[in-house]
Design a protein around this ligand. Structure first.
Ligand SMILES: CC(C)(COP(=O)(O)OP(=O)(O)OC[C@H]1O[C@@H](n2cnc3c(N)ncnc32)[C@H](O)[C@@H]1OP(=O)(O)O)[C@@H](O)C(=O)NCCC(=O)NCCS
Length: 332
């Protein structure tokens, strides 16, 4: 039997309307546009406003658009995996809510939690179901409403994050195109540097945890920065090396958008010039599980069949990874 491979056959993103600019953040915390731009590359982020609007609203919008764009009947979708650290609620899974919203009544669905590496983890998981031959149409979503866990009194984190979602459709192929290799890693000793202190089983919500502002993302930025630079570059170089790729063979680096300086360092290490690096951090900030599909969505019209893409991410956990994709279609 020929070996099956999963290929991305469609991509769609969704970002909310509201733009939170650096200028507006200057009114909330002691910061300025020059500091934010030079230290992170971020100019503005999108924020999902309104009551009862969770990550599933953005995830469902992305998936609905994806299914329409690819002419896919929602009833043919067999699996939806949603990567998120800001689920609508602890349970049921946000993927389940998205499946219901888009009418994917015959799918099974679940969430995975791997912070900023979530989309890569979910993509590899989804690909395995295709490769196993058990599932023909799999949707992978990255959706995060980071504004729901960001402390707008903490200048070290509130400048970084935004809201958004992106989704891809995976289908089977026996060709050379598709997801060709993945290296995924995690290290739980990274917990002290990036986490949310309360609201889980270790420290359930109380009046005290709310007053102590422990339901927001906590980060020791400079430590995370150091680990991100080393680990994202290491796995990207490793995935290139074991597939015999040099910087010249890579058409695009698709990096997680946490900080422009981390992205530049990774590209340097890989020998990939800035013209081949997907970047939209200036418009969306760090949307956690959504950054990589939002990049693919933004650059879709420039992608050609056969392009070698290296996807790379680093995030809370710590989690990190890199995936080698041979792009499967020309601009439509
Ligand atoms: C958060 C981050 C941008 C901070 O940049 P940095 O160069 O490491 O800055 P530091 O944290 O060392 O802070 C430097 C100074 O700027 C100050 N500062 C922090 N945030 C600021 C802000 N928004 N505006 C102005 N000054 C700020 C600090 O208080 C510090 O001042 P001090 O020297 O007087 O103590 C950077 O560490 C980063 O991007 N980290 C990784 C983020 C990441 O990848 N996170 C998610 C994983 S996906």
């Amino acid at each position: 039997m020929e070996q099956l491979r999963a290929m991305i056959t469609g991509i769609q993103g969704y970002v909310p309307e509201y733009r939170l600019t650096n200028k507006e953040l200057e009114k909330l915390v002691e910061t300025n546009d020059e500091w934010i731009t030079s230290r992170t590359g971020i100019k503005e982020r999108r924020i999902l406003k309104g009551e009862n609007q969770g990550s599933s609203v953005m995830g469902a919008a992305a998936v609905k658009g994806l299914l329409e764009k690819t002419g896919t009947d929602p009833m043919d979708v067999e699996l939806i995996i949603c990567a998120t650290v800001t689920p609508d609620m602890p349970f049921p899974a946000t993927a389940n809510i998205i499946a219901d919203k888009v009418g994917a009544k015959k799918s099974f669905s679940f969430d995975i939690s791997a912070a900023c590496s979530g989309f890569l983890y979910a993509l590899q998981l989804g690909a395995q179901f295709i490769q196993a031959g058990t599932h023909k149409k799999v949707v992978v979503v990255g959706a995060d409403k980071m504004s729901s866990i960001v402390d707008y009194q903490d200048r070290t984190t509130c400048i970084l994050f935004g809201d958004g979602a992106g989704a891809v459709l995976l289908e089977a192929t026996t060709s050379e195109y598709g997801i060709r290799d993945a290296i995924l890693r995690s290290d739980g000793s990274g917990e002290p540097y990036l986490h949310m202190k309360a609201g889980g089983s270790r420290k359930p919500a109380t009046h005290q945890t709310v007053e102590a502002r422990e339901h927001f993302a906590y980060q020791e930025g400079s430590t995370v920065f150091k680990f991100a630079v080393t680990n994202m570059a290491d796995v990207s170089a490793e995935v290139m090396e074991r597939n015999g790729l040099t910087g010249d063979d890579v058409a695009w680096l698709v990096p997680h958008q946490a900080n422009k300086r981390i992205i530049d360092a990774t590209a340097n290490r890989m020998g990939v010039g800035p013209e081949k690096v997907m970047m939209n951090i200036e418009r969306y900030g760090n949307t956690t599980a959504a950054t990589i599909p939002l990049c693919l969505w933004d650059y879709e019209s420039q992608l050609k069949k056969g392009d070698n893409l290296i996807l790379a991410a680093f995030g809370g956990g710590f989690t990190w990874g890199s995936i080698y994709v041979k792009w499967a279609y020309d601009p439509k």
